[in-house]
Design a protein around this ligand. Structure first.
Ligand SMILES: Nc1ncnc2c1ncn2[C@@H]1O[C@H](COP(=O)(O)OP(=O)(O)OP(=O)(O)O)[C@@H](O)[C@H]1O
Length: 432
């Protein structure tokens, strides 16, 4: 786990998210607390529970984005779940445990990617040998092999087709849940087959270029110990995992009137996960005590105090995210490291088109987004995407024919493209 200070975490989040200082501070402290906890004596470490967070704010103002970026920064397994999903018909109480199983799958693929990277150089060489075997056979003289190796490295042989034997790995292959069996009792057929037959081999015809990634991944998997990956992933989930529970306000009302599952019931089901329980998964038990839960909701109708008292107690840190105004939109368009405008400029660059936006244009886009949010529906910063897409529709379509040109979008162009549309509420309901 990286040992960033709260200040460093906030400044890292600042590179992607505009404003929302309180929320950034809260998640930064939560992350640092996890690092602090891991420095403690093991006996005390078990006692320190995470201070889960309740984010309150309208849609599209950065709640998910802050949590997702935090997870990426911490290299932490992360899942986002809509709490309302569990009010659907057909829901059975223990489905909430699936959250932890999903989190573990995310953790496993995170750890596997890291470990693959660690052995990449070695795996790369081993894969090269296998490509050479396929090209010249195993009995070719060393000088022939070397000659081909050179050609391989310069990419001369990229398009040549070869036959390679690949193992159908258990990795990623789904397990099969047996109806009626308690959750987590899963039979993984491909894993069983592998154990019985020592791996199922399959011959595939692929180009030299494509074979390389496949073989490197396979060689890397041979170099890493799968059991260790699972053990490490369980550790990462238990100590470092983050669950983002969206729409928690929607499970506040006392009872679903439409025959769906009682909302309070869903809160009760969620409670043990947040309080700390052990969930059985096909990879083994996972303890949830130290998983960080970030719950989020608009709380337009229901209030945090409408949640079950036990749940309120488990979400002690409350942060409010502010609605975004025109100035925020202007900054969101331009400041973040991969802001929407930077993305469009880069995309057009691939066509040889130089796209530029004047300050006046950014101003006009922000203004239209605020206007449509106010008159149609407030979807926060997501509105910028629909507005920009509309403005750049023509340019996007004709870009391949305009290679070499510089296209400047100014305020007048924005207003010309959208002014009438934005003023017509009925029309913008469909288009913007
Ligand atoms: N303050 C912000 N700075 C930069 N980008 C933002 C900001 N707020 C929202 N966005 C962008 O808007 C989009 C939606 O934001 P996000 O997913 O965080 O919404 P949210 O607040 O979690 O809403 P919901 O509860 O509906 O999921 C994302 O693409 C995000 O990058």
């Amino acid at each position: 786990m990286p040992d960033f200070s709260p200040r460093e975490i906030v400044s890292e989040l600042d590179r992607h998210i505009v404003g929302q200082k309180d929320a950034k501070r809260a998640v930064a402290i939560a992350l640092r607390n996890r690092w602090r906890r891991l420095q403690l004596d093991p006996s005390l470490r078990e006692e320190v529970l995470p201070k889960n967070i309740l984010m309150i704010g309208p849609t599209g103002v950065g709640k998910t984005e802050i949590s997702r970026r935090l997870a990426r920064l911490a290299n932490a397994p992360f899942v986002k779940v809509e709490a309302t999903k569990f009010t659907e018909i057909g829901y059975v109480g223990r489905d909430v445990e699936q959250i932890v199983r999903d989190l573990l799958e995310v953790g496993i693929s995170l750890v596997r990617t890291q470990r693959r990277k660690d052995v990449e150089a070695k795996a790369h060489l081993a894969a090269e040998e296998r490509v050479l075997d396929a090209l010249v056979g195993t009995s070719a003289s060393p000088s022939t092999r070397d000659a081909f190796r050179k050609k391989l490295r310069t990419g001369e042989l990229d398009d040549k087709e070869i036959e390679v034997e690949l193992t159908a790995t258990a990795a990623g292959a789904g397990g099969m849940e047996i109806p009626g069996m308690p959750g987590g009792q899963v039979i993984n057929l491909s894993e069983m087959m592998q154990k019985m037959m020592g791996g199922v081999k399959k011959t595939r015809r692929v180009s030299v270029k494509d074979s390389h990634d496949l073989l490197t991944a396979e060689e890397a998997d041979k170099l890493i110990d799968q059991d260790k990956i699972v053990a490490e992933a369980i550790g990462a989930v238990e100590n470092n995992g983050i669950v983002f529970l969206d729409e928690i306000d929607k499970i506040c009302a006392k009872d679903g009137r439409d025959g769906s599952v009682s909302r309070e019931g869903v809160q009760r089901d969620l409670l043990p996960l947040i309080e700390g329980t052990t969930v059985s998964t096909k990879h083994g038990p996972v303890k949830t005590d130290h998983i960080l839960f970030i719950a989020s909701g608009a709380f337009h109708v229901a209030k945090p105090s409408d949640l079950l008292p036990e749940l309120q107690g488990r979400l002690p840190i409350r942060v409010e995210l502010k609605p975004l105004d025109k100035d925020d939109f202007r900054r969101i368009l331009t400041e973040p490291q991969a802001s929407l405008i930077k993305q469009y400029v880069a995309l057009m660059q691939t066509e040889g088109v130089t796209l530029a936006f004047t300050d006046d244009a950014v101003d006009a886009i922000a203004e239209i987004a605020v206007h449509v949010n106010a008159t149609v529906e407030n979807i926060g910063a997501r509105r910028l995407q629909t507005v920009l897409e509309r403005i750049l529709d023509d340019i996007s379509f004709s870009a391949p024919d305009r290679s070499g040109e510089t296209l400047t979008v100014d305020g007048a162009a924005v207003r010309a493209a959208l002014g009438d549309l934005a003023r017509n509420t009925d029309l913008s309901r469909f288009i913007l």
